[in-house]
Ligand binder design. Sequence first.
Ligand SMILES: *Cc1c(COP(=O)(O)O)cnc(C)c1O
Length: 415
Amino acid sequence: MSEANRGARGGVPPQAAPSGLRERFEAAFMPNYGVPPLALARGQGCRVWDTGGREYLDLIAGIAVSSLGHAHPALVEAVSSQVAALAHTSNLYLHEGEVLLAERLLELLGGDGRVFFANSGTEANECALKLALKYGKANGRSYVVAAENGFHGRTMGALSVTGKTSIREPFGPFGVDVRFVPYGDADALKAAVDEKCAAVFLEPTQGEAGVVPPPAGYFTAVREICDATGALFVADEIQSGIGRTGTWFAFQHEESAKPDVLTLAKGLGGGLPIGACVAFGPHGALFAKGDHGSTFGGNPVAVAAALAVLTTIEKDGLLANAVKVGDVLAAGIESAGHPLLAGVRGRGLWRAAVLTGPHAAAAEVAARDAGFLVNAVAPVALRLAPPLVLTEEQARSFTDALPAILDAAAPEEGG
Ligand SMILES: *Cc1c(COP(=O)(O)O)cnc(C)c1O
């Protein structure tokens, strides 16, 4: 970060975009998004620049997506050479990359499974839900269980298992019988799941709810409940997977918590759109020919990006980096000792700075003014999901600036 940008807090207008770009955005797009405060022009590593040339440390990585940071040479090379060779095949023809990627994912997941490639997280979950419904129909299982406040995507199937009522309710009722239980409560789950349940959809840590981890042992209990009743355990690792928590997949933090179905997206493509649904054992063969498909799924360019992401994470030791730098980040937040800070949640490079009151939106603005991109994921939680290449020094630059950021966020309550 340049000196000029440090401490420039307060003096920068929120819309550093070419004249009128935000207004044009607002006029041209459906109003489902708020108008974003910044127009970004380029990135390098963990840094991005807006169209006005101002530099930021990117601690959100496009919502846990840009796992290798921006313009990583391995990603640039993989994508550029693939697009020059063959950009698209459709599912009418196979290509070597998709086979390599599926095999590599299965290897990381301990073998014995089958993969479907989609283009996004919500589509990965559509595949998982169709698998669950097919499994249910074949076995007299009529409903699905998911968690309150959970997030699984915006398309109608994934939305039906999304527990956040504000985004689900306007579009219901849905064609799927979905029952919601409090997240992290194994007893409530046990009471809700019987032999008529087709599947349980859960995030290993609830991302959009504010990086909320369950109590230790929860996923092991989920596995036991599903084993006892025959319900499929579907782990949505779209945000938590691909190294974000310091292991390849978050379920791997609990030894005996392997799901039956796993969904991935976000960090898998390092910025290129790709999603995956992996089903283990016999569940990998649930679909018959024609049951599901995607024109773009397994697209050679997105696949090349994902292969580069997996290779680079391994070659550069980014799982270990996520643990080490994640701990630095968490310790720095803990010790910032600001009256607005209630604590820190999460694991690896996936954290929430928890605030004592609904100051996250103001803190996000103050952080941006100070040159840091973070996300007010909930009124009281600031989400950090930086590239896995973040350095200790970069983590410290943020935690050093945090007290002043929080002072600026709520001047009347801080200090
Ligand atoms: C982001 C996310 C999704 C949806 O992914 P999209 O690519 O936006 O469709 C689903 N589940 C979880 C846990 C997510 O974080």
